[in-house]
Ligand binder design. Sequence first.
Ligand code: 8X3
Length: 266
Amino acid sequence: MSALISIAGQSAPDCGVTRKNVGMSTAVVTGASSGIGAAAARALAADGWTVICAARRADRIEALADEIGGRAVVCDVTSEESVAGLAEAAGPELDLLVNNAGGAIGQEPVEQADLGAWETMYRTNVLGTARVTQALLPALEAARGTIVFVTSTAADAAYEGGAGYNAAKSGERMIAEAMRLELFDRDVRICEICPGMVRTEEFSLNRFGGDRSRADQVYAGVPEPLTADDVAECVRWIAGLPHHVNIDRMTVRPRAQAAQHKVYRV
Ligand code: 8X3
């Protein structure tokens, strides 16, 4: 007989899907020092995961790990040595990898773009993600694990000034897409969450070199941009699904963003 849950005083049958029992399961979240990464670490910990919080800023991830009962591993995804240390810390079995490290730098048209910034975006979003994934794959396979790639709607369509970031996020998406094919007969879920406009403490500030007013303009008048917690909820939901359920790609935008360029502002 199916269990009953109560919604606003009414009883409704549950959906019949049994979420994973995550007791004793371990997750690595990269880019966990702020924004979506930190929020994902909190959401997973609240669901019972032991979370290894990985990022460059030791003070931030140590505070987060203390708060959620997880572990902090200082890791720079652009460094082989650093990522090898993360793999060692994760151990021989790992249930979940959330590839979140990365970000955007600049928003100049191609004509004027700083190609050094493009290199940095490629090194973090694409090569960093590939490096971490390579290093942790044996442990993920040993545990029948899941990889969640946090990409962006910037991988869906180009926009003015977006080319460098569009290319980096598209590159990251292709890692997920290729791996899902390459591993079709191996027991690792390959999932992607593709967020649209998310207002976090640092994303736009980093993009515009610390220029607060430019960063604020991105969200000006938008009734409710997504928050890091909104995206973290998607991570948590995917991670807890039964292992045979693979969410290939989940696109999540604020209600006010009907498409990349079509944003309702008051
Ligand atoms: C962020 C989305 O629209 O700034 O990943 O490219 S956007």
